[in-house]
Write a protein that binds this ligand. Structure first.
Ligand code: CU
Length: 124
């Protein structure tokens, strides 16, 4: 009789534990997503042989991420040799943190007609 009761209640606890774990994971996940979507967007897409947006303005200590959504390899290469992604394959990405205010012009080393600028403004 005792065994029967235990067998009946154990799965219910298991389900409850599973639900708690899933709820916890979902809330952790949405938390980190909010951090990525903080104001002052820091994403540049590489698509159709161009950088979008061509000029991105961020505050100091922002990490800018370029994502290659094209079907060919590109690079993010500083005109003044301050940074260089080297080859970014299709589906790949490159990130760079900007700590000093200024205007950073860059281009694709493979396709020099592809150009962009990161404008870094002093943060609060
Ligand atoms: Cu390119």
């Amino acid at each position: 009789m005792k065994n029967r009761i235990n067998k009946h209640y154990l799965p219910a606890w298991g389900v409850l534990l599973c639900f708690s774990a899933i709820t916890l994971l979902v809330s952790i996940n949405s938390c980190s997503q909010k951090e990525n979507l903080k104001p002052g967007t820091n994403q540049v897409y590489i698509q159709n042989m161009s950088f979008t947006p061509a000029t991105i303005t961020v505050t100091t200590n922002t990490t800018v991420t370029w994502t290659n959504q094209d079907n060919m390899t590109h690079t993010v290469t500083s005109d003044a040799n301050q940074f260089n992604s080297r080859d970014i394959n299709p589906g790949g990405a490159y990130s760079k943190e900007f700590t000093v205010p200024g205007s950073y012009a860059y281009h694709c080393a493979i396709h020099p007609s592809m150009t962009g600028t990161v404008v870094v403004q002093a943060g609060p």
